[in-house]
Design a protein around this ligand. Structure first.
Ligand code: ZN
Length: 115
């Protein structure tokens, strides 16, 4: 039941947001911040009563959160890639020196080693 109500709320948000996204396309400036710019379709919709100002601020808020989330995932992805590369290099080193275990461990403890 809870899941259903959340789904309905999201459906409503999506509808509002697609309205706003349609309005955004009608703004005079492509980089419009929808604040006090002249020719802003979003602001005129608010003035005309077609759009609730709270819906607009919700839209901006979610957009910011979305952006932050995307950046975090990208950064995490980058870290994971770097780490697996490190592991692969380490495994390669180990297999090359596997025949001489003593020299291998000595090299690993060398502070001026390849790491
Ligand atoms: Zn605008």
């Amino acid at each position: 039941m809870r899941d259903l109500s959340v789904g309905l709320a999201e459906e409503g948000l999506r509808e509002t947001f697609s309205d706003i996204e349609t309005l955004v396309l009608e703004c005079r400036f492509r980089d419009c911040q929808h604040g006090s710019e002249p020719g802003c379709a979003v602001q005129s919709a608010i003035v005309a009563g077609d759009l609730d100002e709270r819906q607009l601020s919700n839209y901006f808020k979610l957009q910011r959160e979305d952006q932050r989330l995307t950046e975090t995932i990208a950064q995490k992805d980058e870290r994971t890639r770097a780490f697996s590369k490190q592991v692969r290099n380490h495994l390669k080193d180990t297999s090359i020196q596997g025949t001489d275990k003593f020299r291998g461990s000595e090299r690993a403890s060398d502070p001026n080693g390849s790491f």
